[in-house]
Design a protein around this ligand. Structure first.
Ligand code: MLC
Ligand code: AMP
Length: 490
């Protein structure tokens, strides 16, 4: 049996799959393009060879993904905004042998790039390879508490298990039309928005990037929208700055939308309230993770409770455990959230120890602390201070520290996530300079921009003579964070 997403898509042939900067693309055209790519990749079973994808958002991206799956490869979506060191790391760590790229990005890694521009638009004779559901399909890179980011590997069956509960819980159908402005190298944009859409035979309107005014202008044409809280905050700011006619046009446009979803980091209560006032929509907040797909969601019909992430999705088991590993079952008591579900990932790529320690007798430990209140889950925060969520992106404090320490002027440093209205948390650095060096925020940020993804570059840097240590010699990150958060530090 070929991958079931591919056989599903065949049934939607004449419908519009993707609308992007180059126009409308039917499902038949998407599949034809994918066949052309599959043949360019050799047309034979690649047996889980890793193939990266680097394109602007649009039909090319979807076709590349499907083309890789047609020949049994593992797809690794890359982020076009990442600097060369980040991309090289992913390519090396994954052992990718090819990067499928569009014209805009093809020159970045010339020797292994397969440029979409020159590929045939179809290969009608080609038949997709038979790929068993338990074969690896996808690798998404995500940060953890240690070292550099890890490749989260999911099989075809697991990808399908991520898609199906969302399709049923959120009522996706062929009639849906989603406005897509999320990055494609993460679960939110890739699975929840793009793959759920294609699985349903719906239409995906993909904008080149998130620009608040463009989103407002397009909301009137769609039925679904998904974003991270930073996006909703930006949208509200733009609306509040607009004139009254513009405001009323934008607000009225939202009446065509049937569902607006927020996730990837905590949705502040004020955004929920302001969004409802401006659009009439009560945002549906849900909770998920690259390793597990989505686990908890407020209901499509029924009460959406602000500040909570709802109840387990179909097929997902969830429990809370205390520090001794005991299951917490009393109302309001906090515990680490653990998940068991067919959508839980297979492994961290080539890191068996990391994979093993993340499971407790079949339950995946998320590292998030939660409570249950009247049946709805509330996320309280992370167990580790070294994981930061900024603009919906997860970043590792230790990874940034390691990079900053490689700068000649930096003797030592500590990274903390500091509460921030715009980003949820902002990446902040305390830096101890090497004697004889002068460090400024601007020079260090400029240098870091060449090394790290833009959302990992510290927004605020404090120069200290020494880092505050506790009695065991560990950096007092909680105190450091509090110092950044103090009103006089802003
Ligand atoms: C961008 N900048 C930041 C930053 N992000 N600065 C500090 N902290 C951050 N997090 C900087 C840029 O480098 C730029 O700097 C300046 O801010 C303005 O950039 P912008 O263009 O206004 O911001 P933008 O790049 O548009 O980013 C905002 C955003 C983006 C919200 C669109 O963060 C985003 O796409 N977030 C989505 C993340 C996501 O999809 N997460 C899902 C993970 S999966 P300068 O100096 O150049 O001006 C997951 C599972 C689940 O979590 O549950 O979903
Ligand atoms: P990632 O590793 O990028 O997939 O990010 C997953 C993490 O995002 C989770 O472990 C949570 O910490 C966070 N997250 C996702 N959705 C929510 C939400 N609705 N509220 C709070 N945190 C969230």
């Amino acid at each position: 049996m070929e991958s079931s997403i591919i056989s599903r898509l065949e049934a939607f042939a004449t419908r519009t799959a993707v609308e992007d900067a180059s126009g409308l693309h039917t499902y038949a055209e998407l599949l034809a393009r994918a066949r052309g790519i599959a043949v360019a990749l050799g047309g034979q079973d690649l047996n889980e060879t890793r193939i990266a994808v680097l394109t602007d958002p649009g039909a090319d991206f979807a076709a590349a993904l499907l083309g890789i799956w047609m020949v049994g490869g593992i797809a690794i979506p890359l982020c076009r905004d990442h600097p060369a060191p980040e991309i090289s790391y992913v390519l090396e760590d994954s052992g990718a042998i090819r990067v499928i790229a569009d014209q805009a990005h093809a020159s970045r890694f010339r020797h292994i790039t397969l440029c979409l521009e020159g590929l045939p638009k179809d290969a009608p004779q080609f038949q997709p390879c038979v790929v068993a559901p338990d074969r690896r399909a996808l690798m998404l890179y995500t940060s953890g508490t240690t070292g550099r980011s890890k490749g989260v590997v999911t099989t075809h069956a697991q990808v399908e298990a991520m898609i199906c509960p969302l399709v049923s819980a959120w009522g996706w159908s062929e009639r849906d039309h989603i406005l897509h402005v999320l990055p494609l190298h993460h679960a939110h944009g890739l699975v929840n928005a793009l793959l759920c859409c294609l699985w349903s035979g719906a239409t995906c309107l993909m904008l080149p990037r998130f620009v608040a005014c463009d989103v407002w202008d397009r909301l009137g044409q769609v039925t679904l929208f998904m974003g991270v809280p930073t996006m909703y905050r930006r949208l509200l700011e733009v609306w509040e700055q607009a004139g009254s006619r513009q405001r009323s046009k934008w607000s009225t446009g939202c009446s065509s939308v049937r569902l607006m979803v927020s996730g990837s980091s905590a949705l502040p209560a004020d955004i929920f309230v302001r969004w409802e006032k401006v659009t009439g929509h009560r945002l549906l907040e849900r909770y998920g993770m690259t390793e597990i797909g989505m686990a908890l969601s407020n209901p499509l019909t029924g009460e959406r409770r602000p500040g909570t992430v709802g109840v387990p999705l179909p097929g997902v088991e969830v429990r809370l455990v205390d520090e001794l590993g005991q299951v917490v079952d009393s109302e309001g008591q906090a515990g680490e959230l653990q998940v068991k579900s067919p959508s839980v990932f297979q492994e961290y790529w080539r890191r068996p120890e990391a994979t093993e320690v993340s499971f407790q007798r079949g339950w995946f430990s998320t590292g998030d602390v939660a409570t249950v209140e009247h049946g709805y889950y509330r996320i309280l925060g992370r167990k580790s201070v070294d994981i930061i969520k900024t603009g919906g992106y997860k970043v590792s404090a230790l990874e940034i520290e390691n990079v900053l320490r490689s700068h000649a002027a930096v003797a030592d440093c500590a990274i903390v996530g500091v509460v921030d209205e715009d980003w949820g948390e902002a990446v902040c650095a305390a830096v101890v300079p090497n004697p004889g060096f002068t460090l400024t925020l601007d020079t260090l940020r400029l240098w870091a921009k060449g090394q790290l993804a833009y959302y990992k570059v510290p927004t605020r840097i404090r120069i200290l003579n020494a880092l505050p240590l506790n009695s065991t010699g560990k950096v007092q990150k909680v105190a450091l964070r509090a110092a950044f958060e103090a009103p006089q530090a802003r």
